[in-house]
Design a protein around this ligand. Structure first.
Ligand code: AMP
Ligand code: ZN
Length: 113
């Protein structure tokens, strides 16, 4: 079965897009865990954090900085927000194409469940 996020990146499956450029796409999570829940996904298929290579450093930095920009655009900079990257079963990783969650718009508990 093709990778779900590769399919969204290629435009073959629908998503509520927030942003896209030549490196990454950002879209609303289909099952939001907060009033704002956006996923930032690199166009390049990287299976998980365990597969990040040194040549991905700039891409990883772009993901984080773009998430910050989107948070600011959505007015989350004043109250705060959270960026999350899951990895593996214990973290509940379910789509095996690396992605960064941007969560905000409510009080987020710590430690997470
Ligand atoms: P993770 O548990 O870190 O692998 O996160 C995967 C996320 O992808 C979950 O929050 C899902 O709700 C979300 N998701 C799964 N399918 C879709 C989809 N078709 N469009 C948008 N988000 C999705
Ligand atoms: Zn993929």
């Amino acid at each position: 079965m093709p990778c779900l996020f590769c399919e969204i990146v290629a435009g073959r499956r629908p998503a509520r897009m927030v942003f896209d450029d030549d490196q990454l796409v950002a879209f609303h999570d289909i099952n939001p865990q907060a009033p704002t829940h956006v996923l930032l996904v690199p166009r390049k298929h990287i299976t998980s954090l365990l597969d990040l290579a040194p040549e991905d450093d700039a891409l990883a930095g772009s993901l984080v900085r773009k998430a910050r920009d989107i948070a600011r655009d959505m007015g989350l900079d004043e109250r705060g927000f959270r960026l999350v990257m899951n990895c593996g079963d214990d973290a509940g990783y379910s789509v095996y194409h690396i992605h960064l969650h941007l969560l905000g718009g409510r009080r987020l508990e710590w430690p997470p469940g």
